[in-house]
Design a binder for this molecule. Structure first.
Ligand SMILES: Cc1cc2nc3c(=O)[nH]c(=O)nc-3n(C[C@H](O)[C@H](O)[C@H](O)COP(=O)(O)OP(=O)(O)OC[C@H]3O[C@@H](n4cnc5c(N)ncnc54)[C@H](O)[C@@H]3O)c2cc1C
Length: 448
């Protein structure tokens, strides 16, 4: 049976259930990737990260990869007709955009004799599987985690790639994505993901529970990019860890990713709408009226060193440490009084690990309107957060050259140092204590 294998956010050849099914049941397989239509909404870095991932996949396939661009339903149907394929196989997606795409593909194939087969997922446990006894979805992480563990036993699957009869892609269509890209400099792909995992497991996972909150040094796995692109599957990671304190915490972090995927699956509107609807009523500021303040946040010029370091890290590298994500998100919503979606869309533009569920729900957790969220009245103090999580000031100095001349933790309060503004660093655009009070006043308004 001649099959098209449609690679989506599962760009790897091992531990790929849908690909294994294609390999086991097809007379030949044509591997295809469809480039997203909305690449113009992405930063150059993010576009480059996707292209690097696609190129790595293409290099790992014995006969290369056919790359198309456009709406999957249109280009896949045309391709299937052109090569006389009778089946398209892909990993099943559970987020709103992925579901929309696969439903459209399925609908255009109706009556054509070409079948769409969807199986597997990007998760250890398929979203929608873990339910309460009464059959409803879980809203709180800890009980979700307990139940999720009882479903999370599936082991990685291996595929004999050499035994598959791969079709040779149309040579003109192998790489015809003409975008300005930084892809050549970005390390990506399944092999790189596995190496990153091995290195983390050998060198850092034992200290992960203590170090994962510190943006000033490399204490986390840096695997979010590989997980978002599907260059590694969580099954591979979870099957490879034991029960040491670091490994336990790591398992719980992977489960947060699974929890948010589950929440988004049950509540697809929460990709851009409030999970807790009452927060729609909160008084937010108009980004057009306060455009300068928003621009200061986006460019890392708020005058609060930890915020500015984090935002510059995001724009320059396409990644930001989890602790920093929480601090800058709190600042946008509770100090600047903008809606969380403004920050989420800015993150989506830049993050090379962008994930619709983790991003929308990471934002809603911090903004107090998500499921099992941090309460709104918990307002992060950017100065104290700086001292606590970047105690020597190294993170700030690494990203803010205007503060590189200050020593130790004094970088977190340049206003206290006689030389603090000597190199052109901007003074604070707001008074955190005043804005915290303002946020809490606005919260009172929706409580009445
Ligand atoms: C406002 C905000 C936005 C976020 N947006 C994204 C996003 O778009 N994509 C994304 O992958 N993560 C997102 N996160 C979660 C988290 O910040 C990143 O997963 C983490 O920083 C990635 O670095 P790492 O791989 O080194 O993490 P590690 O600490 O090594 O964690 C291992 C893996 O566990 C998962 N994980 C860890 N923490 C979380 C978490 N809080 N929520 C969900 N999954 C988690 C990730 O897949 C991560 O790769 C967001 C968090 C916040 C607060």
């Amino acid at each position: 049976m001649k099959t098209i294998f449609w690679f989506r956010r599962d760009r790897r050849l091992q531990d790929n259930q849908a690909l294994k099914f294609a390999a086991d049941t097809s007379s030949s397989v044509l591997p295809v990737f469809v480039y997203p239509a909305a690449v113009t909404d992405m930063s150059e870095r993010r576009r480059g990260s996707i292209e690097a991932s696609v190129q790595a996949l293409a290099r790992s396939l014995p006969r290369g990869l056919q790359v198309l661009s456009g709406e999957p339903s249109v280009v896949l149907k045309a391709l299937a007709n052109q090569v006389a394929a009778v089946r398209i196989i892909a990993t099943k997606s559970f987020d709103p955009e992925g579901i929309r795409q696969q439903e459209q593909v399925s609908s255009v194939l109706e009556g054509t004799g070409i079948e769409l087969v969807l199986l597997g997922s990007y998760y250890q446990v398929e979203p929608g599987t873990v339910l309460k006894d009464d059959g409803t979805a879980l809203r709180v992480y800890t009980p979700f985690f307990r139940r999720w563990q009882s479903f999370a036993s599936e082991k990685p699957c291996s595929i004999d790639i050499a035994a598959v009869k791969w079709e040779t892609p149309d040579s003109e269509r192998q790489f015809h994505v003409a975008i300005d890209t930084q892809a050549e400099q970005i390390k990506a792909g399944e092999q790189f993901a596995l190496e990153t995992w091995r290195r983390f497991k050998k060198q850092r996972i034992m200290d992960y529970s203590e170090n994962r909150n510190r943006p000033d040094f490399n204490g986390t796995s840096n695997l979010s990019h590989a997980l978002a692109h599907g260059e590694i599957h969580p099954r591979t990671l979870l099957a490879d860890i034991g029960n040491s304190p670091g490994e336990e915490v790591f398992r719980k972090e992977i489960a947060w990713r699974e929890f948010y995927a589950d929440v988004l699956f049950h509540n697809p509107h929460t990709f851009e709408k409030y999970y807790e609807k009452r927060f729609e009523q909160l008084r937010y500021d108009d980004p057009n009226e306060f455009a300068e303040k928003l621009a200061a946040w986006k460019t890392g010029n708020t005058g609060y060193p930890i915020i500015d370091a984090a935002m510059r890290q995001l724009v320059q590298t396409g990644w930001m440490h989890n602790r920093s994500r929480m601090i800058v998100a709190s600042f946008l919503v509770k100090d600047l009084h903008f809606e969380w979606q403004i920050g989420a869309r800015f993150f989506e533009h830049h993050l090379t690990d962008f994930d619709p569920a983790s991003n929308s729900h990471g934002w809603q957790w911090t903004a107090g309107c998500g499921t099992d969220a941090s309460p709104f009245y918990r307002v992060f103090n950017p100065i104290l957060q700086g001292h606590k999580f970047d105690p020597n000031g190294d993170y700030v100095r690494a990203w803010i050259p205007e503060l590189a001349h200050l020593t130790g933790a004094s970088v977190h309060e340049p206003w206290n140092d006689i030389a603090g503004y000597e190199q052109g660093y901007a003074p604070p655009i707001l008074d955190h204590a005043q804005e915290r009070d303002e946020a809490l006043r606005r919260l009172e308004e929706i409580k009445r």
